[in-house]
Design a protein around this ligand. Structure first.
Ligand code: ZN
Length: 310
């Protein structure tokens, strides 16, 4: 036990400098998170005007709950007014995460919002499969607990039937030690789907392109430093998977760090066409916790089988 812990420790010490891309100074301060602004807003509700509410609006806009570009009447993105659209967006967020739909930024909602997560939006183009399903159920039966499950991206994008052998490759600068942990999650998905995965002979020609990026990296979805957003991936047939280079990554469960295999298992789900699940035990739940590993859930497997009809 002790020697296993020690070898894990040794591996982590060796691995981290290779993964952190010179950002280790930044990552040492684990107490600060890009979502810290939320702490000062506890208890805020409709009618309030508190400095920092504009950041709450940006947060909800980033994950798809607020869409200002589609509404001329509600063009209040940059102010601190807790207005009607914000209350409505917050309620949808609370519904999606099984919180009490109070419309108030209460402590439980804040603690949920502050948890590190995948950067893919919960609602895309006004549509979030999981959210819409639970809303319907809520309307019909007054409960939203029983229908929770997987969802697809709007339009159900997926790989063509003939394209079941997907190749993967790594962006320039990815170290060997960061490449190794992605092999197991690919084996796990292969074991539960009709897909096979293999390393491309030429990384630049791979169907799936994996690498570490930091801050604004040119794909309209900037990362935000240690904590906050951890990784993201694009739906079929895009193939891009990015980890945030400024987060602390480990292999296996290491306190205060994020398991690369768990993150990859989640992001590969996006690459294959799964959006989020609102089953907390599913790998496609939006949050990825520090110091733990997670595997595929029946819900994830049901989801991928439903998408590909296999
Ligand atoms: Zn990216």
């Amino acid at each position: 036990m002790a020697s296993k812990a020690f070898s894990l420790f040794l591996f982590t010490v060796l691995l981290l400098p290779l993964l952190s891309h010179g950002a280790s100074r930044d990552t040492n301060n684990k107490k600060s998170s890009p979502f810290d602004f939320l702490k000062h807003l506890e208890g805020c509700h409709k009618g309030d005007n508190v400095s920092g509410i504009k950041f709450l609006k940006s947060y909800l806009e980033q994950f798809g709950y607020l869409n200002h570009s589609h509404s001329v009447m509600q063009n209040h993105t940059n102010d601190d007014d807790f207005d009607e659209p914000l209350e409505s967006a917050l309620k949808t967020y609370q519904l999606n995460f099984h919180l009490s739909t109070t419309g108030i930024l209460d402590a439980k909602t804040i603690s949920n919002m502050m948890m590190p997560r995948c950067g893919v939006a919960d609602i895309i183009n006004g549509r979030g499969g999981a959210t819409i399903k639970i809303k319907k159920h809520d309307h019909n039966h007054g409960s939203f607990h029983t229908i929770s499950h997987y969802a697809f991206f709007p339009g159900n994008p997926k790989w063509p039937v003939s394209k079941y052998n997907l190749t993967y490759g790594f962006l320039t600068g990815t170290t060997d030690r960061a490449m190794l942990p992605v092999a197991q999650p690919f084996r796990t998905w292969a074991a539960n789907t009709h897909f096979t995965f293999s390393r491309a002979e030429d990384d630049t020609m791979a169907d799936l392109q994996i690498g570490f990026k930091s801050r604004d990296h040119g794909d309209r979805f900037p990362f935000n430093g240690p904590g906050g957003l951890l990784a993201h991936a694009f739906p079929p047939t895009d193939g891009r998977l990015h980890y945030d280079a400024n987060d602390q990554w480990s292999v296996g469960a290491v306190p205060g760090q994020f398991d690369l295999e768990t993150a990859a298992l989640h992001e590969i789900g996006h690459l294959l066409g799964l959006h989020y699940s609102n089953v907390q035990g599913a790998i496609m739940w939006p949050h990825i916790s520090q110091g733990m590993t997670k595997g595929l859930d029946k819900d994830d497997i049901d989801g991928i089988k439903a998408l590909y009809n296999v």
